[in-house]
Design a protein around this ligand. Structure first.
Ligand code: TXE
Length: 480
């Protein structure tokens, strides 16, 4: 079985313990590679290497860093098919989705920040002829970039690109559940002679090596995307060290459908928002609020669409949904489905594990699932399920739906469907979410501030926000 290796100081190396964990292909439930079960010693080596590299990387010009990031993006594009196949196998997502979204975004992230760093500017504050203040932004040091399993290479590059572009060095910690594309990226880095120690990747279980990384005295910045509980833990243990912390956590996003919407577009977008990537995107619209007048019609159209979605072999171009990421995660989703039934939820479609044939019979497949008749404030409508499960909730007035949408402890994203654009703006202004779409979903502009309110996180990434996060402002006052 292929052994994934850590990438430290430009070399692919075994974990110090020589212990590995099995990496499972969720489409068939079989182990197909081994992931290092790294520990604090490996983290320390990676941080040491990143710290040494910082002394030269932080002194490179913006143009040099931009060129190197673009070279890495070129190499990702040259290895496109290999990375697409690896992402699909590791995560269970359809090959078509990895080819359309994950891998193109990985190179786009690098290119975006390779460009952004050349077009950044800093503030000047003039004091009426007496003095001029100008603010430099300087790199900080070694950044810990911790990423989850749902969009593995996409989210890893979303963090490492701005960190490196601004002159920091990185120790990245990809999810142990989907480590393969990060490993392939490190092999690519080696092939293109990426400067040694600038990017280091340590694989392993978060609970085992996470604290060593996030509390390390030589790691002043931590950028994390993952579950809210992990985010809370990181926030708590790093607090005494005054680190710069960015937390992108879960969501329980409302999708608000007014009766004057473009009906077909709202149905197809709600279905996409519910089931893309098997519902495992923090931006998925898992609470669908539908205005009373069109509730029944919308319900039957959405259920009809959900029933037609093909859940199958991720490698098949016919599959709309593949497998969910792991057996543990599948069981968590099935438990939530059971809980929804116990709470009086009416199952409109799906609700079961799907057993496919042949090689795939032990894979982790779940049918697209739609519930109704669940109170807007019950546990199912409050906790992130992170699977292909949505609830339909009827509403009468704008005020009702705003109150229900905002009742969640999360505040990551929301979508609003209406042809009345004034209403769209009005409702958007009152929804407690960091990212709001009107008449669309997941339309991403990499320049915008991205992140959530409430339990969905702390801070914003994206565009100049990322460049700001990964640098310290230094103000210089010059007396005229
Ligand atoms: O996330 P974790 P998991 C949600 C989703 C999912 C739940 C758990 O609801 O069911 O989180 O998923 C590393 N110190 N999201 O278990 O554990 C871990 O190794 C430092 C939402 O995968 O938060 C991995 O690299 N790091 C989300 C990363 O944190 C630690 C996407 C995320 O893992 C650590 C994924 C520690 N103590 C899951 N413990 C989104 N919002 O996009 C773990 N990690």
């Amino acid at each position: 079985m292929e052994k994934i290796l850590n990438y430290i100081n430009g070399e692919l190396i075994e974990p110090s313990s020589k212990i590995y964990i099995e990496n499972i292909d969720p489409s068939c439930g079989k182990a197909y590679s081994l992931v290092p079960d790294s520990c604090a010693d490996d983290v320390n080596e990676a941080v040491k290497s990143a710290k040494v590299a910082y002394s030269f990387w932080s002194k490179t010009t913006k143009q040099e860093r931009s060129d190197i990031l673009n070279k890495l993006a070129d190499a990702i594009e040259e290895n496109f098919d290999m990375l697409v196949a690896a992402e699909s196998r590791d995560n269970g997502k359809p090959l078509s989705l990895a080819a359309k979204v994950d891998i193109p975004r990985a190179s786009a992230n690098l290119r975006f920040f390779a460009g952004a760093i050349l077009h950044d500017s800093s503030d000047v504050h003039e004091m009426d002829g007496e003095a001029i203040n100008y603010t430099l932004r300087v790199p900080i040091g070694v950044a810990a970039c911790i990423s989850p399993w749902n969009l593995p290479l996409y989210l890893l590059t979303w963090k490492i690109a701005p960190a490196l572009a601004t002159g920091n060095t990185v120790v990245a910690k990809p999810s142990e559940i989907t480590p393969m594309t990060a490993y392939l990226l490190s092999k690519i880095c080696k092939e293109i002679n990426f400067p040694k120690g600038v990017l280091n990747i340590v694989h392993g279980r978060g609970e085992k090596l996470g604290d060593a990384l996030t509390t390390h005295q030589d790691v002043p910045i931590v950028s994390f995307t993952g579950g809210s509980d992990t985010g809370k833990h990181i926030s708590k243990i790093t607090a005494p060290y005054f680190k710069k912390l960015s937390l992108e956590l879960g969501g329980k996003n409302p999708n608000i459908i007014f009766d004057d919407c473009d009906f077909d577009k709202a149905v197809s977008t709600a279905s996409r928002a519910a089931f893309t990537n098997q519902g495992q995107i923090c931006l998925c619209g898992s609470r669908v609020f539908v205005q009373n007048k069109i509730y029944e019609k919308f319900k039957s159209a959405l259920v009809d669409k959900a029933k037609k979605l093909i859940v199958g072999d991720p490698k098949s171009s016919n599959s709309h949904l593949g497998a969910v990421v792991s057996e543990e995660h599948m069981n968590k989703i099935l438990l939530k489905i059971n809980e929804a039934k116990k709470l009086g939820g009416i199952l409109l479609c799906g609700g079961e594990r799907l057993i496919l044939e042949g090689e795939l019979k032990n894979g982790y497949y779940i049918q697209p699932t739609v519930f109704e008749n669940l109170a807007y404030d019950c546990s199912i409508n409050n906790e992130e399920i992170f699977g292909p499960v949505v609830t339909l909730i009827p509403f009468e007035s704008e005020d009702d739906v705003i109150m229900m949408a905002n009742s969640s402890e999360f505040g990551l994203s929301a979508s609003i469907f209406t042809k009345d654009i004034s209403r769209g703006h009005r409702v958007a202004a009152k929804i407690d979410s960091g990212v709001i779409w009107i008449n669309t979903w997941l339309l991403r502009d990499l320049r915008i501030p991205f992140g959530g309110m409430k339990n969905s996180g702390v801070g914003r990434e994206g565009g100049f926000n990322s460049l700001k996060f990964f640098t310290e402002p230094k103000n210089i006052c010059v007396k005229i």
